[in-house]
Write a protein that binds this ligand. Sequence first.
Ligand code: B4P
Length: 191
Amino acid sequence: MLNIVLFGPPGAGKGTQSEKLIQKFSLVHLSTGDILRGEIAQGTPLGLEAKKLMDQGILVPDEVVIGMIKNRIEANAAAAGFIFDGFPRTIAQAEALDTLLNGRNTPITCMLSLKVDDEELSRRLLERGKASGRPDDQDESIIRRRIQEYNNKTAPVAGFYHNQGKLVDIEGVGAIEAIFEALCDAIEARA
Ligand code: B4P
């Protein structure tokens, strides 16, 4: 079973590359950002609470996203593996994911960390904001807040997987296809 964590700052290409990887490796895509936006679109109480935070570029509480991931893993018990996209984003989330997966004897295979500089991240997100209308992609100060949240709370998650010998850095600037090939090579080397 392949369980891949796709990691990187907002706009690093996690969603873009996940779409390609799930097809190639027949994996189930679990994106906490997509699940939360689905809750917002349906106007659920959870979505209404999450929207207030997401629109400001702030992370949603750990217990909310951990519960969502647990439900999705249980609902896909026959999956060949998962791509975790945008999760875990805090050490508490990483610990909870390890507990969930170790309990099923299907630990994380590796974390692939996309490296992109801050200037390129802002450029990509503002560009996406024009087309998608995503409120958190519209405003430079919110994008800066998201990058700050990443540096404070999410970047340490790389160390968590490094300590387990599972961290692989991947250059995230360049052609989408070339980055995809580098990701595939890293997965195939560990599969
Ligand atoms: P996410 O939905 O995870 O949003 P993201 O990090 O902005 O997206 P991603 O990194 O996937 O975008 P991509 O690069 O593919 O999170 C949104 C919010 O939800 C968070 O701020 C937080 O509030 C909340 N949230 C989500 N998960 C959470 C968690 N676990 N805990 C707490 N809160 C959570 O795309 C960016 C753009 O770049 C695209 O337009 C794409 O076309 C372009 N692009 C991609 N690769 C490129 C390349 N190589 N060259 C040029 N452009 C490229």
